[in-house]
Write a protein that binds this ligand. Structure first.
Ligand SMILES: C[S@@+](CC[C@H](N)C(=O)[O-])C[C@H]1O[C@@H](n2cnc3c(N)ncnc32)[C@H](O)[C@@H]1O
Length: 338
């Protein structure tokens, strides 16, 4: 296994693959240069997640307006047993694992079914991954964890050989909605290549619904989502020696009904110039100019199932809530046809 070994104990190993990623990029932050030099400007959502960003995201999940987490949690709680029964003994790989709060409902189900517990979390946020892994080990005495601090692609390429009869890759929290349509297609192809025939893919997707419900979820009254959005600029400041004045930007989130996506922006409150010295980058913002920091696509259950089936990932079971606000799709990798 390559990468820097961060933790190595009997039940927990954590590898940091960021050095490998940086070597493969021309410069760490090439994506920042590209996004801030584009018109309109954008930034990859992974830059939300430093230690503070991960903590703010956990606070968002607790907000009354933020229905996705509680709805998906209820689905996992109700149907975790059915998932464990379908897959049988199976190791759980989780992309963008964060605090792994919802993962516990899967682990509970596998534990109750008497299956061995093996978990492979993948996340760019080192603190979220290491802290949640240590906590999980205290809660589940039979659990072993192999964590990868990394973006998705390098981690999928470096997954260790499976130790259990099956593997299930989980991508929950509707994080897939943060991918642009072209990234989404490439991601599903990558997923199919990462799984052996009969392995599983568990996908959580936020579904299309009333605009007022959607917009409230991204404009909470306590301003936590705004703080989360603006934290991206703080992260860039210390990571790339930047001088963003966070008070000179505002959080904006609205639903694009044509594209079926929430679009989250950072709006410049005045004409200003920002420097990111470590990247040799000077960026000019006009007053009122918006930088796209995240899209959060809202899906249609049937269309998504068709897309998955066309990508060798047919849906075995669809789980949803009474309102059909959120969908959890259990897919099984089909064999390639000649
Ligand atoms: C929306 S949160 C979801 C967390 C958790 N899965 C849940 O459902 O509550 C996204 C998580 O993915 C991680 N993440 C974001 N972009 C990533 C990337 N490109 N590669 C790996 N992890 C990423 C973040 O650090 C964060 O923990």
């Amino acid at each position: 296994m390559t990468g820097i070994l961060k933790v190595d104990s009997q039940r927990l190993t954590v590898h940091d693959l960021s050095d490998i990623e940086n070597r493969s990029d021309a410069v760490d932050g090439q994506d920042v240069i590209e996004g801030l030099s584009s018109q309109p400007k954008f930034l990859p959502p992974k830059y939300f997640y430093d230690q503070r960003g991960s903590q703010l995201f956990d606070q968002i999940c607790e907000l009354p307006e933020y229905y996705p987490t509680r709805t998906e949690t209820a689905i996992l709680k109700e149907f975790g047993g059915a998932i464990a029964q379908t897959t049988g003994p199976c190791e759980i790989v989780e992309l963008g694992s964060g605090s792994a709060t919802k993962t516990r409902f899967l682990l509970n189900a596998y534990q109750s079914a008497g299956h061995p517990l093996r978990y492979l979390p993948i996340d760019v946020s080192e603190t979220a991954l290491v802290e949640s892994s240590k906590q999980l080990l205290l809660e589940y005495s039979a659990l072993t964890i192999h964590g990868l601090i990394s973006t998705y692609e390098p981690a999928l390429a470096k997954l260790p050989a499976a130790q259990l009869p099956a593997r299930m890759i989980c991508f929950i929290g509707s994080t897939i909605g943060n991918l642009q349509p072209h990234e989404y297609s490439a991601f599903l192809d990558r997923m199919a290549r990462s799984l052996r025939p009969k392995d599983y893919f568990l996908l959580g997707i936020d579904l299309q619904k009333e605009v007022s419900v959607l917009e409230a979820a991204y404009n909470d009254s306590r301003g936590i989502t705004a703080a989360f959005n603006l934290n991206m600029l703080r992260h860039l400041n210390y990571r790339f020696d930047g001088d963003f004045d966070v008070d000179c930007f505002a959080h904006v989130a609205c639903y694009n009904q044509e594209s079926h996506q929430i679009e989250m922006h950072l709006e410049s409150l005045k004409a200003q110039t920002v420097q990111l010295k470590a990247l040799g980058l000077t960026v000019r913002f006009a007053s009122g100019e918006r930088l796209l920091s995240e899209i959060s696509r809202k899906f249609d259950l049937e269309k998504t199932a068709q897309t998955l089936a066309a990508r060798h990932l047919p849906v075995v079971t669809t789980f949803t809530d009474q309102n059909r606000w959120f969908g959890l799709l259990l897919c099984q990798r089909s064999p390639d046809r000649c």
